[in-house]
Design a protein. Structure first.
Length: 391
């Protein structure tokens, strides 16, 4: 039993999902996987949580029913409910990759599950939830059918990062596994470290670029990874795309995605270099673009630079504005949960001001429908994408 300080009582009564160290009165729980009841200073029940260290949290709330047991039935019902809510995605004829369970948005923080044309990928974000693996897998396999199940462990064991990729059961997925999104094809690899080749939370943004912004335009895709935005733009009629990423694997992977969609390498260029070096080269070549996509990782490190969204996004905007044609558009994106929408907008504004350029916001995106969020926790809706047009 854990006593919650009085000033945090109302937060937990109204659905706040994270067990915070600063909210606890007395001893802090340390055994990950333990189920604990939270009570107020008058010993009134608030909720039940599990202990699992993740970022700044000590665990996640699971239920507000003091009688509910955290067992096979609990997990079975949670998966049954989450799958029912995604039936329109399962029934889609143009998309077969989406999220079917989104952590605290579906009631169990620390666990996400993605669907890829019959294969499921479990992502475990702390050691505590991983202690329930057997019950969770048993419940899941009785809720739905599947071709195969994989997992990625994204927590640390002592000083060692586990981040392991593992086949769990069923058929082994081919390499690459080709999936479809909005009618386009993408090659995935379940054994490529922490990522698989496509960020599913950007599906609506890619579709928007393809349908509304690409036709007849020149497009620069920075931090391009496997070229997802470039593919969408090219299919949407862009007359030229340039994909820039420092990782060497991006070249072959993007080429494969272009090939899958019958797109030419002649009009869809791939450049392997640091994005900041590319900016310098583009200025010298007097290059200009109609659409620039900026979707960097929250933090990254190259031989020349340590990049952080919080301190360096203004520079990205500033450098991009200089490459924009008149009325050109920047797709500014970040998945950094610690950066508010307001602060992100301030960075965009500062970047334009540095070039003495005006702008207007055209539209915005947050997480898509399958990435359900917990409205009581701002960090749950982490994705922020803002389309900004140069004046």
């Amino acid at each position: 039993m854990i006593v919650i300080k009085r000033k945090f009582k109302q937060n937990y009564k109204t659905g706040f999902p994270i067990l915070l160290k600063e909210a606890i009165l007395g001893k802090v729980p340390t055994t990950e996987g333990d189920i604990v009841q939270l009570v107020d200073d008058a010993d009134n029940y608030l909720c039940t949580a599990y202990v699992g260290y993740q970022n700044k949290g000590l665990g996640w709330v699971l239920t507000y029913d003091s009688e509910e047991k955290i067992n096979y039935t609990f997990f079975y019902k949670a998966f049954q409910r989450s799958i029912e809510l995604r039936q329109k995605f399962y029934n889609s004829t143009k998309t077969n990759a989406f999220r079917i369970f989104n952590g605290e948005g579906d009631g169990i923080g620390g666990l996400t599950i993605d669907y890829f044309d019959g294969y499921y990928m479990f992502n475990w974000y702390n050691k505590g939830i991983y202690q329930f693996k057997d019950k969770i897998m048993d419940a899941f396999m009785n809720v739905t059918s599947f071709k195969g199940i994989y997992e990625k462990r994204r927590f640390e064991e002592g000083d060692k990062a586990l981040q392991g990729d593992a086949y769990v059961c069923g058929e082994e997925a081919p390499t690459p596994l080709v999936i479809m999104e909005n009618g386009n094809y993408y090659a995935l690899d379940f054994n490529d470290g922490g990522m698989v080749g496509l960020f599913l939370d950007q599906r609506d943004v890619r579709n928007c670029i393809q349908k509304k912004y690409a036709s007849g335009k020149s497009v620069l895709n920075m931090f391009s990874y496997t070229g997802g935005f470039s593919i969408a733009a090219a299919v949407g009629g862009a007359n030229r795309t340039v994909s820039v990423d420092v990782a060497k694997r991006s070249l072959e992977w993007t080429q494969e995605n272009l090939y899958l969609n019958d797109l030419s390498l002649m009009s869809n260029e791939i450049i392997i270099t640091d994005v900041f070096d590319y900016f310098d080269a583009a200025y010298k070549a007097d290059a200009r673009f109609d659409l620039i996509v900026l979707d960097p990782p929250s933090h990254s490190k190259t031989k020349k630079k340590i990049f952080s969204v919080e301190k360096d996004y203004v520079e990205l905007i500033n450098k991009s504005v200089r490459l924009l044609n008149k009325e050109g558009v920047i797709v500014a994106s970040t998945n950094h949960s610690g950066l508010s929408r307001e602060k992100f907008m301030q960075q965009i504004e500062e970047g334009f001001k540095a070039e003495k350029a005006s702008y207007k916001v055209l539209e915005e995106f947050r997480l898509p429908e399958d990435f359900r969020v917990n409205k009581k926790f701002e960090g749950s809706n982490y994705l922020k994408v803002i389309f900004v047009q140069k004046g």
